[in-house]
Design a protein around this ligand. Structure first.
Ligand code: GLY
Length: 335
């Protein structure tokens, strides 16, 4: 490990003063206390690298973590990480096999932010599986930051992306079943999945983030949620940290949630407290929160992480220095 890395990775959090109090007997019936001070140096190591993601996305997050372990950049790791779920037909909330809108069109949204604060997004894209990688292309290969719909799709082909049918026999069958009632009622925890958001810090300490989604199942044609919108679904500031959202995008948009989490961390809150405060901004508006889920995950430059949701059931994957964990998130609605 070089000197720069060593200094980065070893955060001396302070010289803790441990105070021991001992009683010294002086005379019978009389005692006096004497303070003995022991100085301990508490050294908390920053992780060498870390990847966190929303929901139980172990394969995707482990893929990202293993790339980080090999020294890949945070940006490379997260794009390849979420690609695992985008290609997973059984995941009905991202990529191929995702739940369509109410007219049977699968339209995908994604966005990415790099450590240098650059941003790229695509929204309402059809026929392209790896929309997170496409968002990266918008960021790196165009003078723009957002591309939508047919224009984004045409740009994808120009960059070598394949045209693929996203509506699978299984998602088509489920949509036809839904059509029988057309009852629009987004579930609180969509089969324990929703938007996949992923944040990573690489071995050089740089942070990047991504999110990819098909949005709400059976949404209105043309509906776009928080995921491709900078500051709402995702925000990264490499001086401070990063946050990403999942759940009811309309509510995240109205509170510019991910930007809020990062700004709260900038002002000194831990990632955990910042996620909690962002959820409180939503639930304090009234009782409607009882019908929808929103959750945030966040990390700061020290490699500390946090997560918080409105309702029980949200989990965060964490891969840190070779170890993968699925963490049950704390939540607001304990009534
Ligand atoms: N959070 C994903 C969406 O609402 O579209």
């Amino acid at each position: 490990m070089n000197r720069r890395k060593f200094i980065q990775n070893t955060a001396i959090t302070g010289a803790g003063i441990a105070t021991g109090v001992s009683a010294i007997s002086c005379k019978e019936g009389e005692s006096k206390t004497s303070e003995t001070k022991k100085t301990t140096i508490t050294s908390i190591s920053k992780p060498n690298y870390i990847s966190i993601s929303t929901w139980n996305t172990e394969s995707a997050n482990t893929a990202s973590g293993e790339l980080l372990a090999k020294g890949k950049s945070a940006l490379d790791a997260i794009i390849d990480g979420v690609a695992v779920e985008e290609a997973n037909e059984e995941n009905t909330t991202v990529g191929i096999g995702a739940t369509p809108d109410r007219e049977g069109n699968v339209t995908l949204d994604a966005c990415v932010m790099s450590p240098d604060g650059d941003y790229g997004a695509v929204l309402a894209v059809e026929n392209i599986v790896h929309v997170a990688a496409l968002a990266r292309k918008v960021m790196e290969e165009t003078p723009h930051v957002i591309m939508a719909s047919k224009g984004a799709e045409e740009f994808a082909y120009s960059q070598g992306f394949k045209k693929e049918k996203l509506l699978t026999p299984a998602s088509e069958k489920a949509w036809k079943e839904w059509l029988k009632t057309s009852n629009y009622q987004p579930a609180i925890n969509v089969e324990n999945h929703d938007t996949i958001g992923m944040l990573a810090m690489d071995t050089s300490g740089e942070i990047a983030g991504v999110c990819t989604t098909s949005g709400l199942g059976y949404k209105m044609k043309g509906r776009v949620g928080d995921s491709p919108i900078i500051g709402a679904g995702l925000f990264v500031d490499d001086e401070v940290g990063a946050a990403v959202a999942t759940g009811m995008g309309e509510e995240v948009l109205k509170t510019v949630g991910s930007f809020l989490v990062v700004e709260l961390m900038r002002n000194g809150m831990s990632p955990q407290k910042a996620c909690e405060e962002a959820i409180h901004r939503i639930v304090k508006k009234g009782d409607r929160y009882k019908d929808f889920q929103v959750a945030y995950i966040a990390m700061n430059k020290k490699g500390e992480t946090g997560s918080y949701a409105i309702h029980e059931g949200f989990t965060m994957m964490k891969y840190q220095d070779g170890k993968s964990e699925n963490i049950n998130s704390d939540y607001f609605n304990k009534a």
